[in-house]
Design a protein. Structure first.
Length: 237
């Protein structure tokens, strides 16, 4: 697979937009300025550039939202960052206070092939050390089991659409379950609930969330999904 290089600066902007508005929420220029440590005027100029590139939709004095293409890039760099954080802490035992900065430096150079290998080594992690969701990979698989069965990385292709896990949904959402992450045990547990790729999912924000469960409707059946499953069931958005 050919990897198109995007500047580190653009990736940082898209990463912050994803972190604050991954389900279509508008992120203000002020918020971006604060998180990036960049003057509001400079942020505005970059947002105009990102809009011209097709990565965001920008409304002056209000903020920006990711386009499908922008979200694809943002998810990819966010995923690499959070997997690296987990690797640095769980495997290399780096001090937590040093991990974020090191992951920021490494995420831009981590190849897709190395990302896949790290994911497998870490047993398909769903959250980073800060308990933020690790986005799904952008490889064209329906489950991690399919990924394991493909040994030749050059035969792996990218998914054509973006995904969000149930746990990432922040508004009323309907969609098709298109990827399920996890080891064999978790995949079996999810299958035993009657949940499968191709099922239709409906989620009503605010009404359908307890502290550790999500109430969803899947193929007209109401289910109370524990968070460890919700983190790993992805719908097409």
């Amino acid at each position: 697979m050919v990897e198109n290089k995007i500047s580190d600066n653009i990736e940082e902007y898209l990463e912050v937009l994803y972190r604050n508005g991954n389900n279509g929420e508008q992120v203000s220029t002020t918020q971006l300025s604060k998180e990036l440590g960049i003057a509001p005027g400079s942020v505005t100029q970059m947002l105009k550039k990102l809009e011209n590139l097709g990565y965001i939709a920008y409304t002056p004095y209000k903020g920006a939202t990711l386009t499908d293409e922008g979200m694809k890039i943002a998810q990819k760099i966010t995923r690499k960052h959070r997997i690296l954080e987990k690797f640095l802490i769980d495997v290399l035992k780096i001090k937590e206070e040093n991990v974020h900065e090191q992951a920021c430096e490494m995420e831009h150079t981590l190849s897709d092939e190395a990302e896949r290998a790290l994911c497998a080594m870490l047993n398909n992690p769903d959250v980073c050390p800060d308990d933020n969701i690790i986005p799904a990979c952008n490889f064209d698989f329906e489950s991690c089991k399919q990924c394991y069965s493909q040994k030749d990385f050059d035969q792996i292709f990218n998914r054509k659409f973006n995904l969000l896990s149930i746990s990432e949904l922040t508004s009323n959402t309907e969609g098709t379950i298109s990827f399920i992450r996890g080891n064999d045990e978790l995949l079996d547990d999810i299958a035993n609930e009657g949940i499968k790729v191709g099922s239709h999912l409906k989620y009503e924000f605010n009404n359908n969330r307890t502290s550790n469960h999500y109430l969803v409707t899947i193929d007209d059946k109401e289910l109370n999904i524990p968070i460890e499953m919700a983190n790993n069931i992805f719908i097409r958005v």
